[in-house]
Design a protein around this ligand. Sequence first.
Ligand SMILES: Nc1ncnc2c1ncn2[C@@H]1O[C@H](COP(=O)(O)OP(=O)(O)O)[C@@H](O)[C@H]1O
Ligand SMILES: [Mg+2]
Length: 339
Amino acid sequence: MGKNIAVIFGGTSSEYSVSLQSAASVLENFPKKYNAVPIWITRKGKWFHFWGSIDNIRADKLERCEKAVLSPDRTSKCLITKTENITISAAFPVMHGMGGEDGTLQGLIELAGIPLCGCGTLSSAICMDKFRAHKLVSTADIAVPAGRVFSMRDKIDTAEIELEIGFPAYVKPLRGGSSCGISRVVNADELISAVKKAFEFDSEIIIEQEIKGVEVGCAVMGNNDLITGEVDEIKIEDGFFDYTEKYTPKTSQILCPAPVAADISNQIKQTAKTIYKTLGCKGFARVDMFLDENGNIIFNEVNTIPGFTEHSRFPSMMKAAGYTFSQVVEMIIEGATNE
Ligand SMILES: Nc1ncnc2c1ncn2[C@@H]1O[C@H](COP(=O)(O)OP(=O)(O)O)[C@@H](O)[C@H]1O
Ligand SMILES: [Mg+2]
């Protein structure tokens, strides 16, 4: 029997369904030398050890399962259920958003002394925070959009926003994902309702200058010696890359490799690596940037657990660079167990 690797999915964030799809693909492509121990966290936050079919993960049908908890006791390193204690050699959270990608789950895994696949507590938390991630990345001389952060108690002066940020602007929950709660606003009138909507998702929001250009992304993997996937580009006919376009594209298309000159693509890869290092990332992450109308690379965000279905951007970028889905999963697990 190979080592037991906990694959944790679901969770209480608005990206629960996306996580189920990602986890199903990861489990379907799981390297034969390891033994996957699927852990399903419900929308309410209940933990289950799951041994049902991958199809039922896709269909959100929780069956063949038993309540389970991951022990924080460093001497046990195991998943505890009523019937057994399962020793865990590494944990791979395949979860998006709060409570899975934001450092909290990573903290539990680190506390338990279990090798963690992907970014640790601190970098996960920083990457989740769109404003603080920008502040840190700008110290590495990488451009970021002008932005301001507001908590619910702050007064938002629309005239000030118009002056400092300008319109169109993006209003986003500070720690969101999948474009949930994000609006593009073109004037001060639209700002009020956009702010209200963003606050439904988080207690802090960011208002950001619109970058005119295209969105590009780059998969980065590794701990010290980094490798990258091919750069991709999001081609959008209309509007922005919102939830609908991400999961049921109508006017958008992902071009991988991106149709840019080789030197630009190399520059994007180098910038992605610098961003990854600056934010203390490990294992794997997808670095999203803009390539503006003047050819400048501007940081947008790092997804420390990017979408992981077979059609998702991260695996596609790695595939374009010559790595199969299963090799990518193996590299991620090895990155944790060989640390
Ligand atoms: N400053 C910006 N300029 C232009 N487009 C933006 C900006 N911020 C966000 N967007 C658009 O909104 C989408 C979602 O924003 P993003 O910050 O990536 O949030 P999420 O974490 O939900 O993916 C982006 O993919 C892009 O289409
Ligand atoms: Mg994004």
